[in-house]
Ligand binder design. Structure first.
Ligand code: FAD
Length: 309
């Protein structure tokens, strides 16, 4: 059975926060595995991210908190991780973070934590110090407790099917992913990509190199040429010229929307047929396009209830 999950970013205004509440309701109703919430590289969205995560905790869906390494001392990072754990969050996506505005890759914008792998290690450490063991009920012996290992948290990390833009080789990407796995990561979510073979090839190479954690494909319905150009610029990837040509030729916004949904639905089908255990959808804080994709793939029925695939 294939799962699905969503990514959202914290709202930047009161109006956006109101609209987001409605979007979350629509997404939650479909029963996703989790909804992840991004984190501003410099920690600028800390409160807004935590508000969205807290709101998600009042729903039936598990929230996943993105955390970045940018600008933290060990003490700061430890405090934020503890704050998130105290709020009840047990799913994290540990990433290095994009350079803050006005700074670039070569600049020294990182703090004490130099890579996502170090952040993974710190989350593990804070969690195991907080909850070294758990007390579980003993069936048939009311009031008795047995000691078990403390609750494990999910620690996801980023993976790059087409290579990280600053990576010097495929081997460097694999080594980075293996280091994150060795540090305790138990889930990888990929950067956006537009063709199934990019993901499927990457998973084959990663498995051969020893990556055993689940690798969820991250996909996004891009429904206009302008949005596609902006996304490619943001993630520093190669333009999928076939999709761009189809979007440009479609001319009207309605036809462009249909092209974007059809492309992403076909991608989703090919990924599942190729063995992906789920689809992680970048929502751009809008529910319609991602839900249309899931319906076209057959994961959701027309009235949004979940189908088993
Ligand atoms: P790392 O794993 O630390 O790797 C970064 C680069 O450094 C890679 O080239 C790697 O090869 C290299 N590297 C790492 N360790 C070493 C080492 N020891 N020696 C040599 N080279 C090394 N950004 C945000 O700001 N906020 C978000 O919420 C956010 N969410 C994201 C979600 C997903 C699913 C993805 C794919 C990306 C997200 N990003 C986010 C963007 C991310 O921060 C950038 O892509 C960043 O450039 C890389 O992050 P990373 O976690 O892969 O870094």
């Amino acid at each position: 059975m294939s799962t699905f999950s969503f990514e959202m970013y914290p709202p930047r205004s009161t109006a956006a926060a109101l609209a987001m509440g409605k979007t979350i309701d629509q997404l939650v109703e479909t029963g996703p595995e989790f909804i992840s919430v991004t984190y501003g590289a410099s920690g600028s969205t800390r409160d807004a991210s935590l508000d969205v995560l807290r709101h998600l905790m009042s729903t039936t869906v598990a929230p996943m908190a993105h955390l970045t390494c940018i600008g933290w001392t060990y003490q700061d990072a430890t405090a934020v991780i503890r704050e998130f754990l105290d709020a009840g969050i047990t799913n994290f996506l540990a990433i290095r973070g994009d350079p803050p505005e006005g700074q670039s890759e070569g600049d020294d914008f990182l703090g004490d934590l130099k890579s996502a792998g170090e952040l993974v290690q710190l989350i593990q450490m804070v969690q195991s110090e907080r909850e070294p063991f758990a007390q579980l009920d003993v069936p048939g012996f009311p009031g008795s407790k047995r000691i078990a290992r403390g609750a494990k948290v999910t620690i996801g990390v980023a993976a790059f099917p087409n290579g990280h833009p600053r990576s010097r080789s495929v081997q460097q990407d694999l080594d980075t992913l293996l280091a994150k796995q060795a540090a305790g990561a138990n889930l990888a979510i990929t950067q956006l990509f537009f063709h199934a073979d990019e993901y499927l090839r990457f998973v084959d190479v990663a498995r051969a190199a020893g990556v055993t954690m689940r690798i969820l494909p991250g996909i996004m319905p891009v429904v206009s040429p302008a949005r596609l150009k902006r996304m490619i610029e943001l993630i520093d990837e190669t333009m999928p010229t076939d999709l761009l040509a189809r979007l440009v030729t479609a001319e009207t916004p309605e036809r462009q929307y249909a092209v974007g949904i059809e492309h992403t639905a076909r991608l989703g089908e090919e990924l599942i047929a190729g063995g992906a255990t789920g689809l992680h959808l970048y929502t751009y804080n809008q529910h319609k396009a991602v839900l249309d994709v899931l319906r076209a793939v057959g994961i959701l029925t027309t009235n949004q209830t979940r189908e088993h695939v």
